[in-house]
Design a protein around this ligand. Structure first.
Ligand code: ZN
Length: 330
């Protein structure tokens, strides 16, 4: 394991224990798959992992105006894994899909006729995705593992046959980039890697969910400002969903296993729900007279911030769903 420019380079054997040590405040619901496209294989010489990662960061910061590199992980042709932005930070990778996501970029151009994926990289993509599913208790399906290609670039809407979308993670990525390709080709490999995996009940011991309303929320070792910040935890960003396990006055315990607390006045309670209609319209206000912003497919999880006349607001921005088509969980 090696760190340079703030990025850590690992092989698969190092990645697994490293991931086990990570503690996250934000609730992870999705793993995004991408390819870098440019840079492609011709720009990788076997030694320049850090330089390529730094070049991507520079592009994302200078050209896209982002605060950091967009992705959490880059998987290189030789199977090396480089960290990117902090896991506690929401990625900048799929418009409308970044909250609750972890973003993986596979280095190369995996459109048909592009780079031929090396076996080491193929193994690393499968294993890293599998380990992330296990770590965050995600079911192996097309809602927790998503491709950039499925989402409209302008609206963020998910579509079976997208028109205005990137080909990412590549029209040749594990046999294709459609939802069906993912279900038929990629997901079985993840299931196989996890052999007899059954996601545990991630809601075990959770008393409620909250969303972070402050721009950055510190995690402390106990339920008051007299306790020091938890040294192994980064602050949680605005908009992140947190699981709450216990409460003490205004303070919320956000880990089941550790004494990690946040100040509850910088959060707002939300209610977890999932969509039970085949396709549910998102509107910019609480009623059918408001404009349609997009749709959400059956099975997708949302967190409700506010209710008005049988309509539910699911974002700080005005995004509303009809309450009739939601199943409410704890
Ligand atoms: Zn992408």
């Amino acid at each position: 394991m090696h760190t340079r420019y703030g990025f850590t380079k690992m092989n698969l054997a190092e990645f697994s224990p490293w991931l086990q040590q990570q503690r996250l405040g934000r609730t992870i619901l999705k793993i995004q798959q991408h390819h870098t496209w440019n840079p492609n294989y011709s720009l990788f010489n076997g030694h320049n992992h850090f330089e390529r990662q730094q070049a991507m960061k520079n592009h994302h910061v200078a050209h896209n105006g982002w605060q950091n590199i967009g992705q959490h992980f880059t998987i290189f042709p030789d199977g090396s894994i480089l960290t990117g932005r902090s896991l506690e930070t929401t990625p900048a990778c799929i418009f409308g899909q970044n909250a609750g996501s972890i973003c993986i970029e596979s280095f190369g151009n995996f459109d048909q006729g592009g780079d031929v994926m090396r076996p080491e990289q193929r193994t690393a993509i499968i294993q890293v995705t599998a380990l992330l599913c296990k770590k965050f208790n995600l079911p192996i399906n097309e809602f927790s593992i998503i491709y950039h290609h499925w989402f409209d670039l302008a609206t963020g809407e998910r579509k079976e046959s997208p028109v205005n979308s990137k080909s990412c993670p590549g029209s040749g990525f594990f046999g294709g980039n459609s939802i069906a390709d993912c279900v038929n080709n990629f997901l079985p490999l993840i299931s196989q890697a996890l052999n007899n995996y059954h996601p545990g009940d991630s809601t075990n011991h959770v008393s409620k969910y909250v969303v972070v309303t402050a721009s950055r929320l510190n995690i402390r070792k106990g339920p008051s400002t007299a306790f020091p910040p938890a040294s192994d935890r980064a602050p949680i960003e605005r908009g992140s969903i947190i699981r709450v396990y216990d409460e003490n006055g205004d303070w919320l315990k956000i880990s089941n296993s550790k004494s990690h607390w946040v100040f509850g006045r910088f959060t707002q309670e939300v209610v977890r729900a999932s969509v039970n209609a085949q396709v549910l319209r998102v509107r910019n206000g609480p009623g059918t007279n408001f404009a349609i912003l997009g749709t959400i497919p059956k099975g997708e999880e949302v967190f409700v911030l506010e209710e008005s006349n049988a309509w539910c607001k699911i974002d700080f921005d005005d995004k509303w769903l009809s309450r009739n088509f939601l199943d409410f969980h704890l």
